[in-house]
Design a protein around this ligand. Structure first.
Ligand code: F0G
Length: 455
């Protein structure tokens, strides 16, 4: 696909600001880009979550939303679509992904429990740890080499997973998870073979296997492109096969649901579904809306199918690659190959003079904002680093700056502007200074931390 497979019906002006103004706004935001107002941002690549453009079909479906508290026909449309794609028996809507996480881990988590994954996303890890359980990441060894090209760098390390289960006994491991695509590991896909083998290992020990599937359609597209035997399958067939190996899934539908909000738990496990529905009613809403307006379920029923359209996925993955190529042309170190929803700058190579405990990714993200009003997000030691009880600092596996591309929102001209802004920052990278935290919350500190430059 050489052009966008859609035309534009509604436009929204974007703010243009001056450098001195941005310096001031960033200072007021305590050097945390989450505190900036979007009116002060020219191109917003903070996240691809809930920031996409909906189609005319989605907007018109929303008008048809049935806002009944119980038994809404919008729920049944949503349920049918999710069941058709995932094949799961129980479909439980939630207002977004982390609500699904909180419900599932309050059932399966708890003190002493251990939950392995290829790489847990930050909210997943936080929801696991909030229950007293511990989250473990077993990315494949190649995932840690940012400049090595491989087809499925999102895979879990199967040997490590199996020896982990053997070491800790299956009673302590309430579920095994896979995140597709692997967001914190660079938006890299997981192969069908790896999904199938993870399922085999989990089931050999009688442990349920769940997929964190918020970017399942992008993952399925990569399988079609890269895995032998899938070249002529449709995306939906591939997606169905991915889900067929699992006992359930957690979904933030703000990504491949092409919607601005929503999520779900889907599972074949009756007992878990029953407990999840109880918690849902106590904390989210009735079982046929789960904290969503029913019109949002309509948008999702349409969006989930649009996300499986191959010409859309080809445009989507090519656009991410386009930005990656433009950065590479300018000599900027990025995680290779480009993944499904974002380009990740390798901060350790961009500013090797800034050590992990001084948050190189955050220093770069701040400078990119000052340089051109582009908002990105650090995925590194600010997000995942930890101060151990001994006082020593445990850095994240990666120091990255993520440029997440909202779906169907920006054109390649916008992305060329972004590449030029980052190029200008790269040219004076040796002047960038490390940062320190002056305030942090006990969980998910990156959202609300205050930072300062180290003078
Ligand atoms: N799992 C993964 C892999 C995610 O990327 C996210 C969200 C969630 C779960 C939680 O979903 O936001 O709907 O509660 N990721 C966003 C991001 C926030 O920017 O990558 P949520």
């Amino acid at each position: 696909m050489e052009f966008e497979p859609f035309r534009i019906k509604v436009v929204e002006p974007i703010p243009i600001t001056q450098r001195e103004y941005r310096v001031e706004k960033l200072r007021e935001a305590h050097y945390n880009l989450f505190f900036l107002r979007s009116d002060d941002i020219t191109i917003d690549l903070l996240t691809d979550s809930g920031t996409g453009a909906m189609s005319s079909k989605q907007w018109s479906a929303m008008f048809d939303g049935d806002e009944a508290y119980a038994g809404s026909r919008s729920y049944y449309k949503f349920e049918e679509v999710v069941r058709n794609i995932t094949g799961f028996k129980h479909i439980i809507p939630t207002h977004q992904g982390r609500a699904a996480e909180r419900i599932l881990f309050s059932i399966l988590g708890g003190k002493g429990k251990l939950i392995p994954s290829n790489t847990h996303f930050d909210t997943t890890r936080a929801n696991i740890e909030y229950t007293g359980a511990t989250a473990f990441d077993f990315p494949s060894p190649i995932a840690l080499k940012t400049d090595e090209i491989a087809d499925f760098k999102g895979n879990i390390d199967l040997d490590k997973l199996e020896s982990f289960i053997n070491t800790h006994t299956k009673e302590k491991i309430p579920l095994v998870m896979l995140t597709v695509t692997n967001n914190s590991g660079g938006g890299q896909p997981v192969s069908m073979e790896n999904i199938r083998k993870t399922s085999e290992i989990s089931h050999k020990y009688g442990i349920p296997f769940f997929i964190d599937c918020c970017r399942f359609a992008e993952n399925a597209y990569f399988i079609k492109q890269r895995e032998q035997g899938y070249e002529s399958k449709s995306i939906i067939e591939i997606a169905k096969e991915m889900f067929s190996y699992a006992d359930g899934c957690l979904m933030s539908a703000k990504k491949d649901g092409l919607s601005n909000t929503g999520g779900f738990i889907a599972t074949n496990l009756d007992q878990i579904a029953e407990q999840a529905r109880v918690i849902l009613i106590v904390t989210e809403g009735f079982i046929t809306y789960g904290g969503l307006a029913r019109r949002d379920l309509e948008a999702l029923a349409v969006g989930l199918m649009e996300a499986l359209d191959e010409s859309y996925l080809s445009y989507r993955i090519e656009q991410v690659k386009f930005l990656g190529n433009e950065l590479q042309k300018r000599g900027i170190p990025i995680l290779l190959p480009t993944g499904g929803h974002a380009v990740y700058i390798d901060a350790s190579k961009f500013t090797p003079h800034i050590p992990s405990h001084q948050f190189p990714g955050q220093a770069i993200a701040c400078e990119i904002y000052i340089e051109g009003g582009v908002r990105t997000v650090e995925i590194g030691s600010l997000m995942f680093g930890k101060r151990k009880e001994s006082g020593s600092f445990q850095p994240s596996n990666f120091e990255l700056v993520r440029l997440a591309i909202p779906r169907r929102v920006y054109t390649n001209n916008h992305l060329l502007y972004v590449a030029d802004v980052i190029d200008r920052v790269y040219k004076h990278r040796q002047n960038l200074k490390g940062m320190k935290i002056t305030y942090e919350a006990p969980y998910l500190r990156h959202f609300t931390a205050h930072l300062e430059y180290i003078s």
